[in-house]
Write a protein that binds this ligand. Structure first.
Ligand code: C5P
Length: 244
């Protein structure tokens, strides 16, 4: 029988790829260092993860030039340094995740999550849903329905296809995996030159199941200045005590 994540106190490692330079945002700092409610977005994300009801550690992949800044930001926020490892990220997001996966903490984790640095609003509930499904099925992702009609466009700018909306969904993080499943998928992706924008896609390409669980509409990825405004609003909704 499988104990529930909250009673077993499993060992979880949350990999946070944070080595991007955030060019789309247009700010001088990478977006994960921009302030949300007066503190860097990354600090909120790490604090949320470390407050999970499990034995949890965090491995951050930071840009080689930003390791010091990352460490200082966490120390200034009073985050327990013994629970956070920082590795140097790679060229692409998937290289950063692969480097973090080599951290010794990942070797004996029951579940390894990958969670975007710029999703500070994911709740404990979504981590627990993902963990339970990942333990059962090997890999799990949180999804939300898409409300827009999605089109594929061709290289010359014409519509190439309109997939049926009822089978489409937007995929968020945290994505969760039994460690061996994620490790094998990343090793194969690297060996075969697969490129992907999320980690579950490598597991899919290995013909392994990825379970979908409910995501959260407020679990937004802060990618543009307007996302940051929305995140401020949502953060206040989640923390009414900060509104006083
Ligand atoms: O570019 P995108 O928004 O998909 O990046 C998602 C996450 O991956 C960000 O948190 C970013 O910092 C991280 N990343 C990384 N290493 C890279 C590129 C992006 O860790 N080389």
């Amino acid at each position: 029988m499988m104990d529930s994540p909250s009673t077993l106190s499993p060992s979880w490692v949350v990999i946070i790829p944070a080595a991007g330079v955030g060019r789309r945002f247009g700010a001088s700092l990478p977006k994960q260092f921009l302030p949300l409610a007066d503190r860097p977005i990354l600090v909120h994300t790490v604090e949320r993860v470390l407050s999970l009801p499990a034995s949890v550690r965090v491995v951050i992949a930071a840009h080689g030039d930003m390791i010091q800044e990352t460490s200082q930001a966490l120390a200034s926020a009073g985050i327990n340094e013994s629970l956070v490892g920082i590795v140097s990220g790679g060229e692409e997001r998937q290289d950063s995740v692969r480097r973090a996966l080599d951290h010794p903490w990942c070797q004996d984790a029951d579940v390894v999550f990958v969670h975007d640095a710029v999703r500070p609003l994911a709740t404990h509930a979504v981590f627990l849903r993902v963990a339970e499904a990942a333990m059962a099925d090997g890999a799990a992702v949180p999804i939300v329905p898409v409300t827009d009609t999605i089109k594929e466009r061709s290289a010359c700018g014409l519509v190439a296809a309109t997939p049926r909306r009822d089978s489409l969904c937007a995929v968020q993080t945290p994505q969760g995996f039994r460690r061996g499943v994620l490790q094998a998928a990343h090793v194969r992706a690297h060996a075969e030159g697969w490129v992907g924008t999320d980690d579950a896609s490598f597991v899919e390409r290995c013909q392994q199941a990825v379970r979908c669980v409910d995501g959260e509409p407020w679990n937004i990825k802060i990618t543009s200045p307007s996302d940051l405004h929305l995140a401020e609003y949502l953060f206040k909704e989640q923390h009414p005590e900060n509104n006083m």
